[in-house]
Design a binder for this molecule. Structure first.
Ligand code: ATP
Length: 235
């Protein structure tokens, strides 16, 4: 049994169905990417897993660490060890770095010490008393990842963490993902538009197209198959 098993997931919104039978899995200590064009349903998949922003789940199963995710409410999901770092970071703008992290710790059932997490993010440690609204996009992304890490997740769902960031910050985010996976045994499901990031950090890749998984490929296949990338990812 995998850490995360999603089978025949059908979900969408009042306005219509978006996912038409998504099958994917993530094993312990694995980094897996979910790729696809704009509107393919990547964010909807992430939100369906954690019950955020209420996409309606019409059918299928989602099992995490042996627990049926459909039987849990959104606020219970992070206690199971599943944590979403949403697209756009969504840090509390008026709270400082440390306050953002403490707030996450206060809401977690088994948090990591905030100081321990800050040790892993020297950039954040240096600006621990700065409100997040006064930080760059890259710094806010690090804070969003650190805030998730404080909750001591087994699996982190990262929704487009490198969107709009300068190349040198993208490299830093890649190394953070590798570090939390290798040193802290956190599995990662990464949604990315940037195929280079997925190739750099993930071992397996799912390609989502019009709400269905159309391919599951290794990093070598993704790197070498120009036709596949062109057809489904436009790159
Ligand atoms: P992107 O990379 O652009 O974020 P995506 O693959 O993550 O794309 P989704 O954000 O999951 O795609 O969107 C899939 C479809 O669901 C789109 O047609 C989108 O318009 C629709 N959708 C997304 N969020 C909502 C919502 N809150 N209410 C209604 N429809 C939505």
């Amino acid at each position: 049994m995998s850490l995360l098993d999603v089978s025949e997931l059908e979900a969408g919104y009042e306005t219509g169905q978006v996912l038409f039978g998504v099958d994917l899995s993530v094993d312990e200590n694995e980094v897996v990417s979910l790729l696809g064009r704009n509107g393919a349903g990547k964010t909807t998949t992430m939100h369906a897993l954690v019950g955020a922003d209420v996409p309606r789940v019409f059918g299928g199963s989602m099992t995490f660490n042996g627990e049926d995710l459909r039987a849990h409410r959104n606020y219970q999901i992070s206690d199971l060890g599943l944590s979403l770092v949403p697209e756009g970071r969504r840090c509390f703008r008026d709270l400082t770095v440390k306050e953002n992290l403490r707030l996450a710790a206060n809401h977690a059932s088994d948090p990591l010490p905030v100081e321990e997490v800050l040790d892993q993010f020297p950039e954040l440690d240096d600006m621990r008393d700065r409100p997040s609204k006064n930080m760059s996009g890259g710094e806010q992304q690090m804070l969003a990842i650190a805030r998730s890490l404080v909750t001591n997740p087994k699996l982190m769902l990262l929704d487009e963490p490198c969107e709009g960031l300068a190349p040198y910050i993208v490299r830093r985010i890649e190394s953070i993902i590798q570090e939390i996976n290798e040193k802290q045994d956190v599995s990662v499901l990464l949604v990315e538009q940037n195929v280079a990031v997925a190739v750099a950090v993930a071992e397996r890749h799912y390609i989502l197209d019009e709400g269905e998984i159309v391919e599951e490929v290794s990093t070598a296949q993704l790197r070498e198959d120009d036709e596949l990338r062109q057809e489904y990812l436009g790159v």
